[in-house]
Design a protein around this ligand. Structure first.
Ligand code: GTP
Ligand code: SPV
Ligand code: MN
Length: 595
């Protein structure tokens, strides 16, 4: 039975049913009974594996095909009617041409299968910043993940009402999970997403990257708001005041970790605390008081498992101890629990590795293999997070004081620096480069430009997107958040990280907030304001972060920065005269200051 009278929804569902020809259509109301039934069904078919229900209550395991473990950027398309609207760093195809290619693939693809119709809200239901999506899919895995990642079910339709046409249409079929026929396609002008032949997270949970970033960035440009690949955190100071920060780092570069940070002892004692509002995506809009407000459109965390442990991210681990779905991690067969690299020092002897082979964990690792896939993930409800912000469901969002950009840079980029202005900060965002990670298919560790961590996620022309940033800055005026850049990943010549990172990143957040309040010290350098040698608090880590290491962390090497400028000049060329003048002015300014 359909859950809405909305004629636009009903018409579109009819079209999708006529196209994909499922045996059965099930509308997802979001009830516990329905979800329990689906869990049972998925367990009985082997799609999901039930984990130890005493140690991991409500937790399930899922394994994707080895060819389907990450986002596929080369098969992701932005189909605007004009090629130049997608811009030079998106894959583009004319909408009609793409449809002509995909329609035969979707024709009858759900024969013998069930179509699940998933209504969901990105953002708290009823929030002026929230938006509704409907995803149809033939995958129970998708339904169960969407139930964690979004506000899913009947209530989303109530929010849409009976007449609105303002919802994002998502069509997903795992089809044959054929990598040669895998497509992740966006039609921003039609609020529509088509995904086929994948069953991996970012390719199929269409509310996430496809809607909340690619489609939403396009909507935001047209409607005067911003959709960003950013965590949102609240930093509570000893006086009880909470300051909110967003941070954009490329995939698998530390957003979830920073969002859930536990401050070092010294900070805890003084009364500092960190609250998580979001770990991946922020939707931001100027509020009534003229400041920039952010909501997290998601309702859960789709986090990277490897590297997560009690020391690096206690709160993520705690979030993933119940009602969580684990994808492509390893199984400990002794007690039917999960394991991944760096969870602890004891890989299970009686293990099943991520592809499903029974192996001796320690031996398997010693032979150079990973037990868990490097991009294996947990899907955990936000409500499980011990440090979830009391403002998590606030429909108005939280006011942002600082915006941080960052990436993985072995050299060149100092631990932290502050921009001279919003325009300079926009330039810094546009100039983000980072070493690639396992979050997308392709080589890992290759330095590439990833402006605002949005290279894979901007649903329109990247240069227009920078123009939108500049416009937002003008609108916000002196109420605009201050913009910073960080790098947790600087290395010595042996390839060791020289900054301890994780909880100790609190020390950098502290400097950032103090800068916003006009307190902390900085020196003006060609690239921006860099902390003075003593203005980052190293109490408790003096042995590791000696004054010599701090020098290294804060160094601005003019020769390396001149190379950076040359690289940027080359990178910007492809944007032609769509590159905002303010951005090229900033590049020229930097070059001049470098001498
Ligand atoms: P996506 O979910 O792909 O968007 O990733 P993310 O940006 O949320 O990254 P996440 O926090 O999951 O971290 C990815 C990897 O970076 C993990 O293996 C972390 O252990 C590691 N990492 C996170 N923060 C730090 C840090 O401060 N220093 C170092 N050296 N590694 C870090
Ligand atoms: C990322 O790759 O940035 C992620 C995971 O957050 S995915 O949902 O696959 O995009
Ligand atoms: Mn991400």
């Amino acid at each position: 039975m359909s859950l809405t009278k909305n004629a636009n929804v009903l018409k579109w569902i009819d079209e999708m049913v006529a196209l994909t020809k499922p045996d059965k259509v099930v509308w997802i109301d979001g009830s516990k009974e329905q979800l329990d039934q689906l869990r049972k069904e998925a367990i009985s078919t082997g799609e999901m594996i039930e984990l130890n229900q005493e140690k991991l209550p409500g937790c399930l395991y899922h394994r994707t095909l080895p060819n389907d473990v990450a986002r596929v950027e080369d098969r992701t398309f932005i189909c605007t009617s004009k090629k130049e609207d997608a811009g030079p760093i998106n894959n583009w195809c004319a909408p009609d041409e793409m449809k002509a290619k995909l329609l035969p693939m979707y024709d009858g693809v759900m024969k013998g299968r069930t179509m699940y119709v998933i209504p969901y809200s990105m953002g708290p239901i009823g929030s002026p910043l929230a938006k509704v999506g409907v995803e149809v899919t033939d995958s129970i895995y998708v339904v169960l993940n969407m139930s964690i990642m979004t506000r899913m079910g009947k209530a989303a339709f109530e929010n849409l009402g009976d007449v609105s046409n303002d919802f994002v249409r998502g069509l997903h079929s795992k089809a044959d999970v054929d990598p040669e026929k895998r497509y992740i396609v966006h039609f921003p002008e039609e609020n529509t997403i088509w995904s086929i032949n994948s069953a991996y997270g970012g390719n199929v949970l269409l509310g996430k990257k496809c809607f909340a970033l690619r489609i939403a960035s396009y909507q935001g440009k047209n409607e005067g708001w911003m959709a960003e690949h950013m965590l949102i955190l609240g930093l509570k100071k000893p006086n009880g005041e909470v300051k909110y920060i967003t941070a954009a780092f490329p995939s698998a570069c530390g957003k979830t970790n920073l969002a859930m940070l536990i401050p070092p002892e010294g900070y805890k004692k003084k009364g500092y605390e960190i609250f998580t509002v979001g770990d991946d995506i922020a939707w931001m809009k100027p509020g009534k008081d003229g400041r920039l407000y952010a909501i997290n459109p998601e309702n859960g965390f789709f986090g990277v498992a490897p590297g997560t442990n009690d020391k690096s991210n206690h709160n993520a681990l705690a979030s993933a101890r119940k009602n969580t779905i684990f994808t492509n991690v390893a199984i400990n067969n002794d007690d039917n629990t999960v394991w991944w690299e760096k969870l602890d020092k004891n890989p299970p002897v009686n293990a099943t590795e991520w592809k499903g082979a029974k192996v001796n964990g320690p031996e398997y690792i010693a032979a150079g293999n990973n037990l868990a896939h490097p991009n294996s993930r947990f899907t955990a409800p936000a409500e499980n997070c011990p440090c979830i912000s009391p403002e998590f469901n606030n429909p108005e969002g939280v006011p942002i004081s600082a915006i941080i950009f960052g990436g993985r840079r072995a050299k060149t980029t100092p631990l932290v620096y502050q921009s001279f202005s919003w325009a300079h900060g926009t330039f810094i965002g546009s100039a983000v480069s980072s070493e690639t990670t396992a979050a997308a298919t392709g080589a890992v560790g290759v330095l590439r430009h990833d402006p605002m961590a949005m290279k894979p996620f901007c649903g329109y022309h990247m240069a227009d997107y920078w123009g939108h940033w500049l416009e937002m800055g003008e609108k916000l005026g002196d109420k605009a958040p201050k913009i910073f850049n960080v790098n947790w990943f600087k290395q010595d010549d042996e390839g060791n990280f020289i900054w301890p990172g994780y909880g100790d990143n609190m020390r950098v957040l502290d400097w950032i907030i103090e800068r916003c309040e006009g307190k902390a010290d900085a020196v003006e350098t060609p690239i921006g304001y860099v902390p003075t040698k003593t203005s980052i608090n190293t109490e408790g880590i003096e042995d590791e972060v000696t004054p010599k290491v701090m020098d290294e962390l804060l160094a601005v090497d003019k020769d390396l920065w001149k190379e950076e400028v040359a690289g940027l000049r080359e990178f910007y060329k492809q944007f032609g005269d769509r590159l905002p003048k303010a951005i090229s002015d900033e590049l020229n300014g930097l070059e001049k200051r470098l001498g």
